[in-house]
Each structure stands twice: as C-alpha cells, then as structure tokens.
Design a protein around this ligand. Structure first.
Ligand code: NDP
Length: 453
C-alpha cells in the first residue's frame, strides 16, 4: 500500500478512528485521499476551512426501523438507511440498495463515491445513498410491496424533489421504485414525480434510464479504447453480474460489435465461447425473473453453466480483451487481475461501484491496462436520472434516441474531463487520479463558495 502524503494522512487517520468497523468506507476514502493530496499540493487553498474533513462527514445520516408482515403473518424487522452526504452541488442524489449484506459502512462508502461521481457528470446533483439489509430474494410480490411501503413511510419525511432524490441499486429495480413512489404519493397527497428516479414510463420515467448505467459504462470503455487507437469491434468481453447494469452493458457491447462470452450471478457463471444470446438473457432475467441457470437451460448445448464458479477464471481458458465488473464491491481481486492480464486484457471499465480491490487496480496500472473506475464509468445511470428529473420538471418526455445521445455526450465529457485532469497532473492515462481530482475540485469549489456549513 502506498504511503499517504503528510498533507492528508492525519485527516485520514482521524477518519479511521471516527468511523471504525467500516472497511469499505475506509477503502473509498483512501483512494480519494491518495489522488486529492496532489490537488492540495498544487492548489493549497483546498486545505483551507477543513474541506476534506467536511467532505468525509455526511451532512445527515438517517437510520430507521422497517417493520413489515410476511405472507405467513409473522412480523419481520429490517434496518433502513439514508446517508445524505453532500449537497453543495444540488439536491442529494443516489440509489437505494436492498441486500442482506448492507450495513451503515456499505451505505457510507457508496454515498461517498456518489459525491464525486455526481460531480463528474457536471450536473446539479449532490451525493447520497440508502438502502436496507432486507433480502428481496425469494420474497413474494406482496412481501416486496409491504416492505417498500413500510420503508417509504419513514423515508418520506426526509426526501423531496429539491431535497433528496433516491433511485435504484442492487435489489431495487422498477418494481420496487413503483411501490416506493406509490407510498410517497399516498403519504404526501401530491404527484411529485421528481422525488424518485428509475420510474416506469407511464408514471414519470425516462426512456434509457433502465439501460443507462450499462450503456454508459460501455460508452466510457469505447472512449478509452478510442483514445488508444482501438475500439470494441471484434473484442471478446466478459462481464460479472447479470443484473440491471450487466445486462445492458452486454447489450451495448453486442451493438458495438463486441462478443460477450461469459457473465455471472451470485450462484454461478454462464460461458458460451461463441457469444451469449443477450436477447434471451434479458428476457430470462427481466421478463421471467429467472436465474442464469434458467438461461443456460433455455439456450441448450451452446451454453455451459458452472455452478459456484468465478467469472474471472474464464480468462484462464480463453483470450479476454475487455472486462466489465458489474456485480458488487471487491469482487475482482489481485489474482483475478493477474489472470485477466495473462489473458491479454487491454481495458477494464467498472460498471459496479468499487468492484476492483486496490491491489487489483495496482496490477492493472502496472501492466498498462486501460482502467476506468466506477465513479467515472458508471456515472451514466445517475446522469440519466438527472435527465429524468429535467423531464419531470418540464413535464416533458424525450425520445429514446435523444436521451441516448445526451447520455453518450455526457459519458464522452466525463471521459475527457478525467483524461485531461490526469494529463494536467502529469499522469496521462490514469483515470483513477483524473476522476478523483476532477470530481473533488468541482465539489470543493462549491463548498468554498457556500461558506462553512
Ligand atoms: P442488480 O441487483 O440488478 O444486479 C446485481 C448483480 O450482481 C446480480 O447478478 C447479482 O447476482 C450480482 N451480485 C450482487 N451482489 C453480489 C454478491 N455479493 N456476490 C456476487 N454477486 C453479486 O444490481 P445493479 O445491476 O443495479 O447493480 C450492480 C452494481 O452496479 C452495484 O455495484 C451498484 O452499486 C452499481 N451501480 C448501479 C447503478 C444502477 O443504475 N442500477 C448505477 C451505478 C452503479 P444475484 O442475482 O445472484 O444476487
């Protein structure tokens, strides 16, 4: 692990003490501190008025009980969270995650990342994240609805189109957003479309929002490749996950002429050396709410399902040009990075939040692999959420083509902002550094202008 500069080390160490037992939050802070110390060296006013201390301290953290009744009539209790991290640039904005692994530390790491991601989009949105340790897997539709209604009953008092605008994340898709929005509307007696994003098209949603994170990740990967004189055409790609982000990343790869040979879920991996049938995969996951094993059964002998396997191991048996981690945090480790590098990988773009461990990132950097961190590469989701808010505010709805074009432009400008910042700091091609510094300076400038609050 590299030593932190004395400019930021005491702040980091103090934050470790004050946020004990939150390793993912520590990891996210450390990466930002490593980059931002260079910005402070170059522009010492960023050390004034405790900007870094304030940016690491959420403006507000809400933790609440979520009681609900299951189908057997038993009362269940979960814990709900909303961490409103930073509103210097606009209303808090960030998704809700429903997964049994969720703790306050998970939500803080995601909220912290969200500040810089939202800043990078260039749009007027602050950073937040929320969720619950509720496990949607195996629950009936009615149970999901009762849980969402109970969750929103408490959350409603803390959000609003000018205050805080949640969206989806792991375990929260359009169905959950629907139940959450319905309950918000009922409690407030007001049709405030701009309070949540990721809505359905007939009740205030935006075209392309569902696809945006995955599409955006691939647009970013394509830009990175283009800057190295390459492209996705003819490339072999593996993707982790098979949820919202992964599915639409795969669709866009196929549209741009690449071939996705493998993807995963938390149970196993599906491998098809000739390329996955993305349409069938999306149908199985989204229409039938099926698993990858169901896809493999439907696809027949052309597809191989490996129970309990790891997707990155596929790179040990076939050439892989591009890897898109789109499942969850810390799912791609140093050994996986080495396997991918031996396989010939030239680019990695993170669709998920912090999926690569710091050691894995170091491996990629040392091997000269183009590496796009999640806070830049997956920012297309939140950017399109901001486009959804724009449409809600103007009571308008845009075409798919127009919205996708806006998304592509936003991803190109995020890419360029990261690349130019890395260049300015003497580290061309270092998208991690570029994303952290470009994200940080826009928020820090706004915080300075708004005074010590
Ligand atoms: P989904 O719930 O739709 O899909 C998640 C996928 O990852 C599923 O295939 C799931 O498998 C797998 N997965 C989740 N947790 C684990 C785990 N602990 N171990 C192994 N596999 C796991 O979520 P999204 O696609 O929305 O989110 C994926 C990632 O992208 C997350 O990091 C999220 O924060 C990030 N992201 C999402 C955005 C969005 O717009 N949705 C925006 C920006 C980032 P299984 O079904 O078996 O659980």
């Amino acid at each position: 692990m590299t030593q932190l500069s004395p400019l930021v080390r005491p702040i980091f160490e103090n934050n470790l003490r004050r946020n004990s037992g939150e390793p993912e939050f520590h990891q996210a802070m450390r990466e930002v501190f490593e980059s931002v110390s260079l910005a402070i060296e170059k522009h010492p006013h960023y050390a004034d008025n405790s900007i870094l201390e304030r940016i690491c301290e959420p403006e507000r953290q809400i933790i609440f009980r979520v009681p609900w009744v299951d189908d057997a009539g038993r009362t269940q209790i979960n814990r709900g969270f909303r961490v409103q991290f930073n509103s210097a640039l606009g209303p808090y904005k960030g998704g809700l995650r429903f997964h049994p692994s969720v703790t306050l530390g998970t939500i803080k790491f995601l909220g912290f990342e969200q500040i810089f991601k939202n800043s990078l989009t260039g749009m007027p949105i602050g950073g937040a994240k929320g969720g619950s340790d509720f496990d949607p897997k195996g629950k009936s539709n009615a149970e999901i609805m009762r849980f969402c209604q109970s969750f929103m009953t408490e959350l409603a008092g803390h959000i609003g189109q000018y205050t805080d605008v949640p969206a989806g994340d792991i375990g929260v898709g359009q169905r959950e957003i629907g139940y959450l929005f319905g309950q918000y509307k009922r409690i407030t007696n007001s049709y405030e479309s701009g309070v949540l994003t990721g809505k359905g098209l007939t009740w205030g949603g935006s075209l392309v929002r569902t696809e945006a994170t995955g599409f955006g990740t691939v647009f970013f990967a394509e830009e990175m490749l283009r800057s190295a004189g390459k492209g996705l055409e003819g490339k072999k790609v593996i993707v982790s996950g098979s949820g919202n982000v992964a599915l639409f990343a795969m669709e866009k790869v196929a549209q741009l002429g690449g071939t996705v040979v493998a993807c995963s879920d938390s149970s196993g991996v599906v491998y098809d050396s000739e390329g996955l049938d993305i349409e069938l995969l999306i149908h199985t996951k989204n229409e039938q709410r099926g698993r990858l094993s169901d896809y493999a059964r439907a696809r027949g002998s052309r597809s191989e399902y490996r129970d309990a396997a790891r997707v990155w191991d596929i790179a040990a048996e076939t050439r892989v040009d591009v890897a898109l981690p789109c499942a969850t945090q810390n799912e791609l480790m140093a050994d996986d990075a080495r396997t991918l590098i031996r396989s010939g990988v030239i680019a990695v773009a993170e669709g998920a939040n912090m999926p690569s461990t710091p050691d894995a990132i170091r491996q990629f950097r040392q091997a000269g692999v183009l590496f796009a961190p999640g806070k830049a590469a997956n920012a297309g989701g939140v950017a399109t959420s901001a486009l959804e808010m724009q449409q809600n505010a103007s009571r308008d709805s845009w075409t798919f083509e127009h919205t996708e074009e806006r998304l592509a432009l936003i991803m190109r400008s995020i890419h360029d902002r990261c690349a130019e910042t890395a260049e300015e700091y003497g580290r061309p091609g270092d998208y991690v550094l570029g994303a952290n510094i470009a994200g940080f300076t826009r928020v820090a400038d706004a915080m300075i202008a708004l005074g010590v609050i």
